[in-house]
Design a binder for this molecule. Sequence first.
Ligand SMILES: *Cc1c(COP(=O)(O)O)cnc(C)c1O
Length: 356
Amino acid sequence: METPRLRATLDDLPAYVPGRPAVSASGAPAFKLSSNENPYPPLPSVLAVLSEAASGLNRYPDMACVRLTTAIAERFGVPPEHVATGTGGVSVIQQTVSATCDAGDEVVYPWRSFEAYPIITKIAGARSVQVPLTTDEHHDLDAMAEAITDRTRLVIVCNPNNPTGTLLRRAELDGFLRRVPASVLVLIDEAYREFARDPELPDGVELYRRYPNVAVLRTFSKAYGLAGLRVGYLIAGQRIAEAMRKTAVPFGVSQLAQDAAVASLRAEDELFERVEALVKERDRVLDGLRGQGWSVPTPQGNFVWLRLGARTDEFAAAARRAGVMVRPFSGEGVRISIGENEANDIILSVAAAFRS
Ligand SMILES: *Cc1c(COP(=O)(O)O)cnc(C)c1O
């Protein structure tokens, strides 16, 4: 029987595997450490803004996100024309690929890295050039620079890298950017920057000021705890930011999301105390794992990475039995978000039992 024709490219699309929801029936997983979510609920001040905004849901949101754009511009000391928003960082990446790539153009990025990169690239009809991480789980910047060709339109740097948690330091990233042709856009994905504590942590906003071909991506989903509202943004030169506004879904960022994001920027002090607590928890988990003999790359995001190879699924199943969902990448490793202290404790005991 005839069926509607769909693009063949969808057939071999890597399926985005969302972190499965935690279910808390008897003995079933109750904690979700599989999607790098922030375990803290929204601040009361943010909830108040949301209930206010909810009364206007019969209206379309502000399409230009003026208040949010202005707030971001003020926060980072950049012109509002240099800011583009999107329905989450994922959408901002999609806007960036749409704005840079025609069919067959190349996107260079590290691998393993964020799962959305190959999916978005493929849907755009562009070609992924995946550059394997080094053996110590870092971006291979030399290989990435060498992978750039005449067809390369976009290079993505994920810093800290999801899922390995590793960080590129200022000097390394700077050296890399000097090697990228001025005609190629570099998107620095800083979804987890707020959790990084390395003294040599680069700042994408500072880099965008120095390199006209650099765009920096940030999101309200992780450190600001608004994953459910879908709002992220990009900071880049005017021409680039304007292109990202053109490729956005019109009215994509809801008024709830815009208002909550503005309120969250105002409440950064409070939110960053939570981030600090999560960083402490992360370091506690790290020390615990290393104390058990695990080799863990120093995590700079709100998650840890265990390269378990063939035992990846076995570990995920053990965690699940103990009540915690983690994110397995079959045959490679497990990414474990830092969540509630109780959940982190469960992970430590699962990990200890796994080694013995
Ligand atoms: C979570 C994440 C994002 C953004 O996610 P959104 O919820 O769409 O804002 C972007 N990049 C990486 C690497 C991420 O892990």
